[in-house]
Design a protein around this ligand. Sequence first.
Ligand SMILES: [Zn+2]
Length: 308
Amino acid sequence: MASIDSSSLLVSAAVPAFKCPAGTKMHILNLGTLQADESWFVEEYEARRVWLTTISRILRGANTSKLSDLNPTNKRRDLVLLSALIEYPGVGLILYETGCAEDLEVQWPAPITDVFPRVEYSDNHRLPNAIKATGNDIKDVKAVIIGHLHLDHAGGLEHFIDTDVPIYVHEEEFKHACWAIATGADLGVYLGHYMLLEKLKWNTFNESQLDLFQGIILYHSPGHTPGLCIMQVNLANDGPFIWTTDQFHVAENYELGHPHGGLARDHTAWYRSLNMIRRLQRLYNARLIFGHDKDVATKLIEEKPYYE
Ligand SMILES: [Zn+2]
């Protein structure tokens, strides 16, 4: 019996308004690279994995001292900064996340630039220039979606100050960011001067699943932060993509179900979100773009100039 591609059935037939309209283009923008100790986003891990041919010690964040190795050399990892730029017929440009602020030395406190230095940042990584390289102009952005408000995802909101561009973010995320900053409960990953209450056109929602535009669906995926939202984009030719933002910093977080290290917050919620996204991936046969996985992003960027 011939196998059935369930994703094609679902995308083309199950829900009438499910695909992005013809002519939609999705660009993957590279906004530079940060570097950090692996212990921030993957935990020390050692296990026998049945799908591996050998008993492997998977050196993700293998920076924990052991009796046999009291002072291990800490591994560091390059973390790409990403944004999705969607050319959407009838609407204009839609942006999912915005990377860091342009001037990190001014916008980020010194301990953070030391722990998470930006090691690659040239003119073409600046958000307006990255958009220009696709043949578009940042002035034509009509909507910004922020998956979560951490300092390396919401920095580019500086380009939308005093404009009418709606900034879509889950209500939980918006409230949590304000609370975390004001009380100091999680200050550092959130920054007060990003949360311009009156100079940005905040537009919150509280649905657990929101069809923001036809074929663009946001899913509340708490864990890394309380209000994080992933974005699914159903493209007519290239099929569904899921942008996970920092629910998964790197592929191992998803593929091995391996939780974050120092950047973990609510583990139970994170694990539930992991299962939800695995179900979505299976249901739609979606390709995943992780928050900072440089290999995954580079491969996709090199495969095509854009997806449609
Ligand atoms: Zn984050």
